[in-house]
Design a protein around this ligand. Structure first.
Ligand code: TZP
Ligand code: ICP
Length: 218
């Protein structure tokens, strides 16, 4: 298993509907800019389905493999298993953590979105490897996102002694990313900040510089 705390540092998420340019080009640029992990999230209005979704997933997975970047699939467990993704990310409304862990096996990465201490405890008990916590700041990307809550829950979990790797999500930009790390998250995950940038490469690089602690190995 990779060192998840490091892998979560600059966590890029996207699907075809988030991109202005060709998704493969956006991902390649983001990797060149220094993202540390990628999540394929093909969801919402106009998203691919079926064989087109599989084809795009495989194409983006190939790019990640070439650069040794972990490839995570959002929600679609069947797809993740079919293409041997490095892991999956699920929300509270998807299958249970227990069921998903059984389907993907012990050595895959399993991320879970949590919105409370109770959800976090259950996720850990059932085999989650990291938490996605948000929306931290207001976001327009996820239509049904809960109200943004800042870094309150991240700080609370850390104060209560939670050691589980955490990534913040929701409205994170180059300007506010450092505050999410300072609150105790191991990394930041973004869609818009990179996928809609004129230069996804420059955006990824700037985001990385804002969250990589000075002195850490580049
Ligand atoms: C998938 C998801 N979950 C909570 S907010 C969000 C969307 C984050 O997108 P952006 O980085 O563009 O705000
Ligand atoms: C909803 C989400 C929350 N957190 C992460 C990391 N990914 C997601 N898709």
């Amino acid at each position: 298993m990779i060192d998840l705390r490091e892998a979560l540092r600059v966590y890029f998420i996207m699907g075809s509907t988030n991109c202005v340019k060709n998704p493969a080009d956006v991902l390649s640029e983001a990797i060149s800019g220094g993202i540390t992990l990628f999540q394929f999230r093909e969801k919402g209005e106009g998203a691919f389905t079926g064989s087109e979704k599989y084809a795009l997933a495989h194409k983006l997975q190939t790019i990640c493999r070439e650069h040794h970047i972990p490839f995570i699939v959002n929600d679609d467990i069947e797809l993740a298993v079919a293409i041997d993704a490095d892991g999956v990310h699920i929300g509270q409304e998807d299958e249970t953590v227990k069921t998903v862990r059984a389907k993907i096996g012990a050595d895959k990465i399993l991320g879970v979105s949590v919105h409370s201490t109770e959800e976090a405890l259950t996720a850990i008990r059932d085999g989650a490897n990291y938490f996605g916590i948000g929306p931290v700041f207001p976001t327009k990307t996820k239509a049904d996102a809960k109200p943004s809550r800042g870094t309150t829950l991240i700080e609370k979990l850390r104060k209560d002694g939670c050691e589980t790797p955490i990534v913040g999500i929701g409205g994170i930009t180059i300007e506010n990313a450092a505050s999410v790390i300072e609150a105790g998250a191991d990394g930041v995950s973004v869609i818009t900040a990179i996928s809609k940038a004129d230069s996804p490469l420059e955006a990824a690089r700037a985001l990385r510089n804002s969250v990589i602690l000075k002195g850490m190995v580049e």
